[in-house]
Design a protein around this ligand. Sequence first.
Ligand SMILES: [Zn+2]
Length: 321
Amino acid sequence: MKTGEFHLDRCTIAHKLLDFGQLLSQRMFANAMFDPDTVAAIDIHTHAEEPCGTHADDGYAEFQAGMQKYFRTGRDWPPAIPETAAYFRERNIGAVIFAVDCERETGFRRYDNEAIAEEAAEHSDILIPFASIDPAKGKAGAREARRLVEHFGMRGFKFHPTMQGFYPNDRSAYVLYEAIAEAGVPALFHTGQTGVGSGMPGGMGMRLKYSNPMYLDDVAVDFPEMTIVLAHPSFPWQEEALSVANHKPNVYIDLSGWSPKYFPPILVRYANSLLRHKVLFGSDWPAITPDRWLADFETLNIKDEVKPLILKENARKVLGI
Ligand SMILES: [Zn+2]
């Protein structure tokens, strides 16, 4: 075979693969589309965990048992994507759903982004998939990010600095942020303490320091076009989070992972005033159910005109829908 012919063959194969990707995205978008006008609320923070104990061989089962205990969910194992979709559809609440690629730091194999995209696409009337890529994957991760947005309909990215073992302002993560900023989708970062590794020897190696929201201030400076969501009331750095969100136009805060009953007063004060356009409803499903979160939210002193902003309108802005 002449070199030219081989080259031609390789190109043909590459084009066929590209066609397949396009076919897949067409098929995915053929399902009912999410309609932000008709949902009652948008939950910006829900988790997809791999179902059926497929990780039982690498310590994942013990880890999950610890998580269920910490959050007192009354479950043995987190729900699979179809169960999550059914729960949210029943309540007419749209849900951003993601896993966390933490295989380098924890040894738990990641939930493939493509698999999540395909499963979420089966429920595209209610689920909005985010991808997760460990920044340590460098340029390969950046290439994956572009592909996931372009061909798999991923609408944002989730980071967990403690589970992924990195400082968010570490320059090695910037090649991935560049891809995300170019794609024009938001990046959501876990901030504050975490249930992950809680009560386990050495906290399962999880270092809380990485999740100080002040590191995201650097990222907001260097990527002013990238929308950044600081997830959770950021205990013990709540004021840092409020300060960054107040100062940087591209930084938002989600209220997931805590019952609103336990929100610090300063968070409620900012949500009601200065940050009313930047604070988002999130549950952290399945750790906390939207039923519980919303019931406790009702007892908070949030102004009536601010509630629709927190429950849906601010999420529409972050997601660009
Ligand atoms: Zn979470």
